[in-house]
Design a protein around this ligand. Structure first.
Ligand SMILES: NC(=O)c1ccc[n+]([C@@H]2O[C@H](COP(=O)([O-])OP(=O)(O)OC[C@H]3O[C@@H](n4cnc5c(N)ncnc54)[C@H](OP(=O)(O)O)[C@@H]3O)[C@@H](O)[C@H]2O)c1
Length: 329
């Protein structure tokens, strides 16, 4: 099969399209013919090892252990191992294979069935491939860390990227009053996703306008953690999902010290996809409560270009890799 391979950390230039052995499913695994994948910041970090901790987290100190990137996957089951209970050949599925060593930038992937759920019939393979990692991150940030409530004032900083476009829609599905922070060119899109209010980060600093929010999900950009705290209501919760390295380190190191007993909470998210949350995302897709925003589509041999585009930091929604082009893709 064809796959995009990397054997050294580096820029997208180190990625090569190669012929490699097609995987065979183990007893608990499902072999999927990949129709579409999508790109995440996680792929960028795994490629470049720009966060040094990646090398220490068992991903390979000097070179990557797993040589095929790609977390999000949508495709058709080609074969199943003898202990697989939930899927049959021919089923259309989608899921997140990051926790199983990645590998969706390839024609086939074999993973345990717990990485997958059935694809809703009202979304294409490309649309389904946008959702697993980014939408589950948004869900876990808002629901599990943020304890989102109906009617609550929720602010999403970095609302126009992969995680942010899902976060706006998921927050609305919980009945929150959503403020989306993005740049001028994305204000209209944020409104169309359901945001009640939009703030142009190029013109206004939401941490200095006197407004306070019950929940802030920081997905992109940078503000000092003290500024986020200022923009919280007295019992408000700040959840850092991503953004600049300074934003991440401040939340991890200072967040626990700055949280108040019975008051404001300053936390960080470490999302982990699981099948239950994938089912929640499937239900939201099926109900039309979340609609994926696809910025660009690339073919498998264009993965380096797609990663360069994402790495520039201005993707609008999700960047998709179309692996198998057909009328259902
Ligand atoms: N904690 C976790 O478990 C977890 C899980 C998944 C992802 N993440 C992290 O979450 C972050 C976002 O992921 P993503 O997939 O959404 O990335 P992305 O799709 O690459 O985000 C791009 C978007 O960010 C916006 N942006 C850039 N600078 C901004 C700023 N200063 N203020 C507000 N928005 C800004 C861009 O809008 P403009 O073009 O208008 O600037 C663009 O639409 C990454 O750091 C990723 O590592 C964390």
């Amino acid at each position: 099969m064809k796959a995009i391979i990397y054997t050294n950390y580096g820029s997208p230039d180190v990625l090569k399209l190669k012929d490699v052995d097609k995987p065979a499913p183990k007893d608990n695994e499902v072999l999927i013919k990949v129709h579409a994948a999508s790109i995440n910041a996680a792929d960028w970090h795994m490629l470049t090892a720009d966060i040094f901790l990646i090398r220490l987290m068992g991903m390979g100190l000097f070179k990557p252990k797993n040589t095929i990137l790609g977390a999000d996957i949508a495709g058709c089951v080609e074969a199943v191992g003898r202990n697989v209970k939930q899927f049959r050949p021919g089923d259309a599925v989608f899921g997140d294979v990051f926790g199983y060593g990645s590998g969706s930038f390839a024609e086939y992937v074999s993973v345990p069935e717990s990485a997958l759920v059935l694809k809703p019939s009202n979304v294409s393979f490309e649309e389904a491939a946008t959702a697993p990692l980014a939408a589950v991150t948004a869900l876990q940030g808002l629901r599990d860390e943020g304890h989102i409530q109906p009617g609550q004032k929720v602010l999403i900083n970095g609302a126009s990227g992969g995680v942010g476009t899902f976060a706006v829609q998921i927050a609305k599905s919980f009945g929150a009053e959503v403020t989306a922070v993005c740049s001028t060119k994305n204000l209209e899109m944020a409104r169309s996703l359901g945001a009640d209010h939009v703030i142009d980060y190029k013109k206004e600093d939401f941490t200095r306008n006197g407004q306070q929010y019950g929940l802030i999900l920081a997905v992109n950009g940078y503000h000092p953690i003290s500024a986020y705290k200022r923009a919280l209501t007295p019992k408000g919760i700040y959840v850092m999902a991503g953004g600049s390295p300074a934003q991440m380190f401040q939340s991890l190191l200072l967040g626990p010290w700055m949280s108040e007993k019975g008051g404001r909470k300053m936390g960080a998210l470490s999302a982990k996809t699981n099948q239950k949350d994938l089912v929640t995302i499937k239900d939201l897709l099926e109900a039309g409560k979340i609609v994926p925003v696809i910025d660009k589509r690339y073919s498998l041999n264009e993965v380096p270009e797609a990663l360069r585009y994402l790495g520039a930091g201005h993707a609008r929604g999700k960047v998709v890799i179309t692996v198998e082009r057909n009328n259902q893709t």
